[in-house]
Design a protein around this ligand. Structure first.
Ligand code: ATP
Ligand code: MG
Length: 429
């Protein structure tokens, strides 16, 4: 036998036993974004490398060490998208969606980062995100946060995630804060790790984001971003807080929350959980009023977030909140005998015509009653239709419940559709 080829490290298969959960999660997300009037945008997974360098920032973890970058056959430098905000802005500029307009968009799809794979951290992972353009007030910040909060509520995990918010202020305010922070870091340099020392000169705000507990301890008395806010940003932040208070959305103001991408200003936020170990951030976002212009468009305010789908699914599994995920099969149709097989197949097609939402699996491969019932059970179906040559002759089917203690019944085939409609809908509600 020749050696088997394996998947790339950190890039996972989604197997049949998991894909049901993923579809269920995706469907609920689609429902929530639709309920706020957001529209989907789909962009390519590959973009010019410059797009990410110019948006995410040269001195960030993503651009410095996580991107999958390669030259294509023309010698152009391309990159597998590590995130999607830059791509959405690129597409918005390219197709004239942003100037003088409001857009509420969402996306879902794979992203790529060359990180050390571990629980909740992969090299191909999936994000769902929303981006709202053309609105500069805190009302839209509150809306995207509210939309994310509705998701946790929908999945029954509202108690397990916490909202943290902060304001980065204007570019000018941040520059002033930067000086104050650098002075503090210099004075406490001995307590910093190598990464933070390097960041101190290249991108000092990122030191605040360090995951090293010693560095975090050294930051205890660091100056606070919130003390350096400009008046307009402070008002914006207060406006957001008022709206969250009004809606009963609980949050914690975390003055050290800075996010790992350079394009944010004013509002930033994260939804965190302590149920996933080190990979505790499930969803993160903020305002990026400068990015559209930075990527060649006309200045357009914008706010959005990205949610890590793998972390969401892991959280659902950890908290055992997936009991509503439907199985793949509702009804398993057995057929014992040649006449029975044709009859069962024709009847099944009629059922599919009449009940397009039903999941009906026909037994294939023959075998005796016992073998077919074993398959029926394994399929996860709620009930099996029992069809032999006798039933075919009499145009009847036997109905056997596989998960409930209930008498087997015999139904005229003309009554089958109505029977399934009433008996299955009660099962699935
Ligand atoms: P982290 O601090 O965990 O590295 P990040 O700040 O790099 O996250 P963002 O770029 O803000 O993450 O992406 C938004 C969300 O996407 C994260 O909160 C997380 O849920 C998810 N995410 C980011 N990187 C990965 C990854 N490598 N594998 C799985 N999910 C990820
Ligand atoms: Mg990261």
């Amino acid at each position: 036998m020749s050696k088997q080829i394996q998947a790339i490290r950190g890039m996972n298969d989604c197997l049949p036993e998991q894909s049901g959960t993923w579809q269920w999660v995706e469907q609920r997300i689609r429902q929530v974004v639709a309920s706020y009037g957001y529209q989907e945008i789909r962009t390519p997974v590959v973009e010019s490398t410059d797009l990410f360098k110019r948006s995410i920032g040269e001195v960030t973890d993503i651009v410095e060490k996580e991107m999958y970058t390669f030259d294509d056959r023309n010698g152009d430098s391309l990159t597998l998208r590590p995130e999607n905000t830059a791509s959405v802005v690129r597409a918005g500029n390219e197709h004239g969606l942003l100037y003088n307009q409001q857009q509420r968009l969402w996306y879902m799809g794979p992203m790529f980062r060359h990180e050390r794979p571990q629980k909740g951290r992969y090299r191909q992972f999936h994000q769902f995100g929303v981006e709202a353009f053309g609105i500069d007030g805190p009302d839209i910040d509150a809306e995207v946060i509210l939309l994310s909060a509705r998701l946790w509520q929908q999945f029954g995990m509202a108690e397990q995630v916490t909202l943290e918010i902060n304001s980065l202020g204007s570019n000018e305010a941040r520059a002033a804060y930067r000086d104050a922070l650098v002075a503090y870091l210099k004075a406490n340099e001995a307590a910093l790790d190598e990464d933070s020392k390097r960041r101190m000169t290249t991108n000092p705000l990122r030191v605040l984001d360090s995951k090293n507990p010693d560095v975090q301890a050294a930051l205890a008395d660091a100056p606070s971003l919130l003390d350096h806010l400009d008046d307009a940003s402070r008002q914006h932040f207060d406006g957001l807080r008022e709206r969250l208070d009004d809606l009963g959305i609980k949050y914690r103001v975390n003055p050290r929350l800075v996010r790992g991408l350079d394009y944010y200003n004013r509002t930033v936020f994260e939804w965190v959980t302590d149920s996933l170990g080190a990979q505790g951030t499930v969803c993160a976002g903020g305002r990026y009023d400068g990015l559209v212009e930075q990527l060649g468009g006309k200045a357009t305010p914008a706010v959005g977030f990205a949610l890590g789908m793998e972390r969401l699914v892991l959280l659902l599994e950890t908290l055992q909140l997936t009991s509503e995920v439907p199985g793949a099969v509702d009804v398993y149709v057995t057929a014992m005998g040649e006449k029975a097989e044709g009859y069962a197949r024709r009847l099944s097609e009629q059922v599919r015509d009449a009940l397009p939402g039903i999941r009906l699996q026909n037994h294939c491969g023959g075998g005796n009653f016992k073998k077919q019932m074993k398959r029926a059970d394994k399929s996860g179906a709620v009930l099996a239709l029992i069809i032999g040559d006798n039933e075919a002759d009499n145009q009847q089917v036997g109905v056997k419940y596989l998960r409930h203690d209930r008498e087997q019944e015999t139904i005229e085939d003309s009554a089958l559709i109505a029977y399934l409609r009433s008996n299955l809908s009660s099962e699935h509600n």
